[in-house]
Design a protein around this ligand. Structure first.
Ligand SMILES: Cc1cc2nc3c(=O)[nH]c(=O)nc-3n(C[C@H](O)[C@H](O)[C@H](O)COP(=O)(O)O)c2cc1C
Length: 349
């Protein structure tokens, strides 16, 4: 792979250090995952999606404050909203800006049944007028220096009507002043079955011209990330399933793109250091419920260890912080080479 000159990734007034971004991941990209991703080299991170009603109405208390958490070391960080009511979006967006988020991202991609049934997420890809109304309302309300961005799938389905709707929303989004659009190259109907269509991403970037486009879908390694940039021309990529339990991917992709340096899997001791740090961050964030929040990550980290299957089982049985520490002491004490995760494993829900 040759060394490449790549334009800097800009999201409005924010210029990012490199194009490798931590994607929004419901159930995962909480404060602790985002903090770790930044420490390991992500240039920008996006929080888990929040429903407009929740973000606009919830009383911020001990139990809910973590959704709004932003620390000095987190910047730049995006918040993401999903909903059906422009008025609620406005209140929620203001609240998130006041909490310290640097970017407001609007989710028009979620394929989950309850989201579609509630006229949220991917539902809007079939309703360009309502989608544009939401974008316009948020853009008009949020202070000018805060970029507003949109996350979309490539359509509801494979019909030409769906495609037309996609490009209508895309064009209008940029006209409304949206600073960047992230496109996941699967349809809503597709959910996670079958590949993300990277040819479509190339078309989107050609259509968008100078406007910023980030690509999403099937980014499971540093090579995938660089390939997407080079094959589609998108300005940045958002790493999703490939970054869960694999915070090394950001730096590996950066080194591959800018220094032509092929990645090695993290050694067992490097994995242990990350697992210990992840626990520390989860304890800061989730306190007594940290183990519940972090166990599913352990399961994913196990993919990088030569004893993947046995470790997955062991992580799934953890009940306490002491169990976590014992597991690390027993399985990560001796250094040695790690392995790259198998793609089929990464794709598992
Ligand atoms: C568990 C999970 C949760 C997700 N949550 C969100 C979310 O909150 N907001 C969002 O825009 N996309 C979300 N996505 C979609 C991802 O950001 C990404 O677009 C998608 O997984 C495709 O990338 P991949 O094939 O590289 O995983 C989620 C995906 C998964 C697997």
């Amino acid at each position: 792979m040759s060394t490449t000159t790549i334009n800097p990734l800009r999201i409005g007034s924010i210029e990012l250090e490199h194009p490798f971004v931590q994607a929004a991941l419901s159930g995962y990209s909480d404060w602790s995952m985002r903090a770790l991703a930044r420490e390991y080299g992500a240039s920008y991170t996006v929080a888990e999606v929040m429903i407009d009603r929740f973000a606009s109405e919830v009383k911020v208390s001990g139990k809910t404050a973590h959704h709004f958490r932003v620390e000095d070391s987190d910047h730049p960080v995006g918040a993401q909203l999903m909903g059906s009511d422009p008025e609620k979006f406005i209140v929620a967006a203001k609240r998130l800006v006041d909490s310290g988020f640097d970017v407001i991202d609007i989710n028009f991609g979620c394929p989950v049944k309850s989201a579609i049934g509630g006229c949220r997420g991917g539902y809007h890809l079939g309703e360009p007028e309502s989608a544009i109304k939401i974008i316009q309302s948020v853009r008009d309300t949020v202070p000018g220096e805060i970029p507003v961005t949109v996350k979309m799938r490539r359509g509801i389905d494979d019909t030409s009507e769906s495609r037309d709707n996609f490009f209508q929303i895309l064009e209008q989004a940029y006209s409304c002043g949206v600073a960047a659009v992230t496109v996941h190259g699967r349809t809503v109907e597709q959910k996670y079955i079958g590949p993300s269509n990277w040819d479509f991403l190339r078309e989107v970037k050609e259509f968008a011209g100078e406007n910023t486009v980030l690509g999403s879908g099937d980014l499971f390694s540093a090579e995938d990330c660089v390939n997407m940039l080079q094959q589609t021309g998108v300005d940045g990529v958002t790493i999703a399933r490939g970054a869960i339990g694999n915070p090394w991917v950001f730096q590996q992709a950066r080194n591959l793109l800018f220094e032509n340096q092929s990645p090695n899997p993290p050694s067992i001791h490097e994995q242990r250091t990350a697992l210990e740090r992840h626990l520390e961050l989860a304890l800061l964030h989730h306190k007594e419920s940290a183990i519940g929040a972090i166990r599913k990550f352990g399961f994913k980290y196990a993919r990088l260890h030569p004893q993947t299957v046995a470790l997955r089982k062991a992580f799934s049985k953890l009940r306490s912080i002491q169990d976590w520490e014992r597991l690390l002491a027993e399985n990560y004490a001796h250094d040695g080479p790690g392995i790259f995760p198998v793609v089929d494993e990464i794709q598992r829900p």
